[in-house]
Design a protein around this ligand. Structure first.
Ligand code: DOR
Ligand code: ZN
Length: 428
């Protein structure tokens, strides 16, 4: 398809501003960016007046559930949801059945992606077989394949030896160790944040130590090995201090934060019950404020959704039995915009960086993350004036599990263009 996007405000990261330009797309790439481009009839013209345009968002952390848990989500439904959220490239986490732990299982996943994804999906391979923690995968072999890195997300990597080997492997291969940092010896059952919420429900709580102990351990190993450590969904104030110090010492440690951890506190869990249960758990105001400061000071590298769709029955169980996680792809931008940009904690350019430019740099994704001639025509068009109410019944994702139900959010994705094709368009 040939497209001409007219009159949008494009983000220019280099000059830290928005510029009014037209974008001409022919095939998969951006052909031309200029003022008042004129074309022949065979172009579809898109009126982007009053819309802001970001490079297509890149989500470093989504659970697409296929293979194995197709009742929760499929690669098709999950990528449709991501497209609606403005994402054009997502990294799929390996807590599937089987997990991408061998060439055979990875190839099966890649062919499923090839068949049904509506945007780009790059898998994260598992560190251990079946994310079981016992047998290390063949790092060398898998590193040659089309993967982003290695993670046992959903589970921590307890073995120091495996962390060591995966970090050493990352030096040459540039395939980082991506960690779900959780020291499970800190609690028995878990479920919610330790403190007033665990007391309220009379359940075992997860303390901040569970996260920051493991982060400290992995950073200590990184100091010895070198390589690249990427830490998922950081949620506690201590973790951010530890990561900041490690960065100041010159270590290659990067991290992400979710839209829910930068916006919601543990109080929501007492109000909404298991619908607000997530791992790591929602924490205190002090933790949330430290996260926001971590974004402002540059300790946090990106916003990633941890899109974790679940069937609604599994969220209606008692708090200690219900599934962890939120269906977050479709609300991510609006949540971040409403909680960060509207109250002027960061500006819109920085939010666009956190959702596109920074992930492209951290994970060496080429020709994405910037709006530029000859780069992939991956674009997200946004109307900042739109306010809407979150209705999970309108989610494209199979997962209707959101703690934002009924909340009014600002800023809406109006169109997502992936490789020069419109993969999502807001109807009204
Ligand atoms: O809340 C979560 N849900 N946290 C995780 O780490 C895993 C995820 C899932 O797969 O449901
Ligand atoms: Zn996780």
């Amino acid at each position: 398809m040939k497209l001409l996007i007219k009159g949008g405000k494009l983000v220019d990261f280099e000059n830290n501003c928005f510029i009014l330009r037209d974008i001409l797309i022919d095939g998969k790439f951006i052909k031309k960016i200029d003022r008042n481009i004129r074309v022949q009839e065979d172009f579809k013209v898109i009126d982007a007046n009053n819309l802001y345009i970001s490079p297509g968002f890149i989500d470093a952390h989504v659970h697409l559930r296929e293979p194995g848990f197709e009742h929760k989500e499929t690669i098709y439904s999950g990528t449709k949801a991501c497209a609606k959220g403005g994402f054009t490239h997502v990294f799929s986490m390996p807590n599937t059945k089987p997990s991408p732990d061998s060439i055979e299982n990875l190839n099966d996943l890649l062919s499923r992606i090839n068949e049904s994804a509506v945007i780009k999906v790059t898998p994260v391979a598992s560190v251990t077989e079946g994310i079981g923690g016992e047998e290390l995968v063949d790092l060398k072999k898998l590193s040659k394949e089309n993967i982003i890195g290695f993670s046992d997300d959903g589970n921590p990597v307890n073995s120091i030896d495996y962390v060591y080997k995966t970090l050493l492997n990352s030096i040459k291969t540039k395939k980082p160790l991506i960690t779900h940092s959780e020291d499970r010896s800190c609690f028995k059952v878990g479920a919610v944040n330790r403190g007033k919420v665990s007391e309220y429900y009379s359940v075992d709580g997860i303390p901040n130590e569970a996260e920051f102990n493991m982060i400290q351990r992995d950073i200590d190993i990184l100091e010895e090995t070198g390589g690249h450590l990427h830490i998922c969904h950081v949620s506690s104030k201590e973790s951010i201090d530890i990561i900041r110090n490690a960065k100041l010492r010159g270590l290659n440690v990067t991290c992400e934060v979710t839209p829910h951890h930068l916006s919601l506190t543990e109080d929501v869990v007492m109000e909404k019950g298991a619908m607000a249960k997530v791992n790591p758990p929602l924490k205190t105001r002090v933790d949330v404020d430290r996260i926001i400061k971590g974004i402002q000071e540059g300790t946090i590298d990106m916003i990633a959704t941890d899109h974790a769709p679940h069937e609604i029955e599994s969220k209606k169980l008692p708090i200690d039995k219900a599934s962890y996680g939120f269906s977050g792809a479709e609300t991510a931008f609006s949540v971040a915009y409403t909680y960060l940009v509207k109250p002027r904690k960061i500006n819109l350019i920085e939010l666009f960086r956190l959702m596109s430019y920074y992930p492209s740099k951290v994970f060496n994704v080429e020709k994405e993350g910037t709006i530029k001639e000859s780069y992939f025509a991956n674009l997200t068009l946004i109307n900042l004036r739109r306010e809407y109410e979150v209705k999970s019944s309108e989610f494209v994702s199979k997962g209707k599990n959101t703690p934002f139900e009924g909340e009014k959010l600002n800023g809406k994705v109006m169109m997502t263009i992936y490789n020069g094709e419109i993969v999502y368009e807001e109807e009204n």
